[in-house]
Design a protein around this ligand. Sequence first.
Ligand SMILES: Cc1cc2nc3c(=O)[nH]c(=O)nc-3n(C[C@H](O)[C@H](O)[C@H](O)COP(=O)(O)OP(=O)(O)OC[C@H]3O[C@@H](n4cnc5c(N)ncnc54)[C@H](O)[C@@H]3O)c2cc1C
Ligand SMILES: NC(=O)c1ccc[n+]([C@@H]2O[C@H](COP(=O)([O-])OP(=O)(O)OC[C@H]3O[C@@H](n4cnc5c(N)ncnc54)[C@H](O)[C@@H]3O)[C@@H](O)[C@H]2O)c1
Length: 602
Amino acid sequence: MYDVIIIGAGPVGENVADRVVQGGLTAAIVERELVGGECSYWACMPTKALLRDAAALRAVRALPAARQAVTGALDPAAVLRRRDDFASHWKDDGQASWLESAGVALHRGHGRILSPRTVEVDGLILEARHAVVVATGSSALLPDIPGLRESSPWTSREAASATSVPARLAIIGAGVVATEMATAYAALGSTVTVLARDGVLPAVEPFAADLVTTSLRESGVTVLTGASATAVHRDDAGTVHLTVTDGSTVSTIAADEVLVAIGRTPNTTDLGLETIGLTPGAWLTVDDSLRVTGSRPSGPGSPPVADNRPEVGGSLPAVDGRGSLPSADGGGSLPSVDGQLAGGGSLSSADGQLAGGGSLPSADGQLAGGGSLPSADGQLAGGGSLPSADGQLAGGGSLLAVDGQLAGGGSLPAVDGRVGADGPSAFTGDWLYAAGDVNHRVLLTHQGKYQARALGDAIVARARGAAVDDSPWGRHAVTADERAVPQVIFTEPEIASVGVTAAAAEALGLNVRVVDYDLGAVAGSALHAEGYRGQARMIVDEKRHVIVGVTLAGPDVAELIHAATIAIAGEVPIDRLWHAVPAFPTVSEVWLRLLEAYGRPS
Ligand SMILES: Cc1cc2nc3c(=O)[nH]c(=O)nc-3n(C[C@H](O)[C@H](O)[C@H](O)COP(=O)(O)OP(=O)(O)OC[C@H]3O[C@@H](n4cnc5c(N)ncnc54)[C@H](O)[C@@H]3O)c2cc1C
Ligand SMILES: NC(=O)c1ccc[n+]([C@@H]2O[C@H](COP(=O)([O-])OP(=O)(O)OC[C@H]3O[C@@H](n4cnc5c(N)ncnc54)[C@H](O)[C@@H]3O)[C@@H](O)[C@H]2O)c1
């Protein structure tokens, strides 16, 4: 018997385990492949290692004198060797020993839920006293294109772990994985063709996507916008032939490998979810304290299943729509006897269990729960969920209409002030949690680890009978998931963003002002590289006078974004930001330029 069982030892599972053990509980973690998960061996680390040398070379070549010192070309074999080091040669001894030193028991094998609080690992039965956490992550999604599966396509795994560089690489999709890998493989010597059915990086600010598209084309990549593959065939000689259409014409592309990068599917197919009333193969939906409330079909853009639509019930949110969600042990804000909220903002069912999954509108029209922020074209700024036609978000949460009310499903305040909500079911109760990719809130390592820290601490608090503070920005809340998700896309140029895009702000009905500035016009940028090409955008909530979104596109902007994350998470008033003086002459001076462009009230 363990206090907590975690299924999946990716970055998220490891962090949950760490927090609960640090809180004095016992924990077991179950892993069927490598401790460290996708991020360590087939995603973040190896892909960034594939990109880094070329980025450094570009930076040197952007300086006339330093350029003279570069006498040779990039060595692809050396890049792959360094990548191997960063993937720990696909061995997890280091991370397994870390688990041991942290006091976490590791059970290798495939985990399945047998019944509430019981997990089976290849025949071994494990019991959890307090909680089971699903942190099983996600895998690459393959579309149903005739002949594709039989053609042994690359997914992000093969792209990240390739042992040689294909002469010709075709890529289906033009999102984050596709553009990063197009950047990497073009620099390593491949002739790359990108099929950008929905445009290049449709979820980011269009100016940033345009800069990346231009740069990909300049580096020899063929970017076919609006094009999709309708059939794929690998011949006996190993060449892959893709039949491609842009809607009006049909052509054929020959390649040595085809990479499919069109999004992710949750690792929940063989997890025993059916034993507890959930749908195998579906994303797990969670409430604001990451308790599992239901499941939604897999795949980008999938609408929530009808069964999991909220039912009318529960109580009126308090005036500001915020506050804690009640825990079963009485932590947080408990509903009063008549079912109304004491302390404000929490939704609860009659039995005092949480009934408030989804999004609560706050008085200021901000999202207070669930889901990510969509851009106008229906893509998500932080990567992840897509709103379906009915306005619901596949990753949970809802869209706020202009008047600050919820558009689409989710938690809709009814005319009589009652609120629809889908809380944990009798099956999932207060013992089943989901964190990281598998809950489809934000598919990024740092955000999953943020969830893990909050969740681990909340499980400890509940186990001790202590209060759980999952009010917005509370210790156990994951508020940044909706308001302040940073992401760096390591293309050329880099795109660093946090918070909403202009299109997402518009879709949310926020009253914002969009401020743009030419990043290349900053003194520090001109020094940084000859012909520095970049753009900065700041989005200010005109009602609250705080920044709600920033996107920077330009060489080496990755390290600039944390300032914006702090400004957004800290809700630093614009007036105060005038006192945050960027050093001269740095690229960060763009902050001053953006403020000047916004204007200082006299
Ligand atoms: C190519 C690529 C590049 C990326 N780059 C970045 C980046 O630069 N920065 C960033 O923030 N994010 C990046 N991401 C996203 C990042 O990889 C994920 O968000 C992150 O790995 C999610 O962590 P996780 O712990 O939820 O899941 P995972 O890392 O997927 O780990 C889940 C673990 O659970 C195990 N597991 C699954 N089912 C079971 C079971 N039934 N029993 C036992 N074990 C099980 C798996 O084997 C795996 O080890 C990238 C993704 C891709 C595909
Ligand atoms: N640097 C980073 O932070 C980083 C790097 C890589 C991946 N990731 C994360 O990993 C996740 C997966 O990345 P991804 O690139 O696979 O997904 P994505 O959601 O970023 O992009 C997928 C793209 O494929 C398109 N698409 C969907 N179905 C299609 C189809 N049938 N045919 C053609 N195009 C189709 C979509 O319009 C979308 O633009 C993302 O959530 C991303 O944030 C992060």
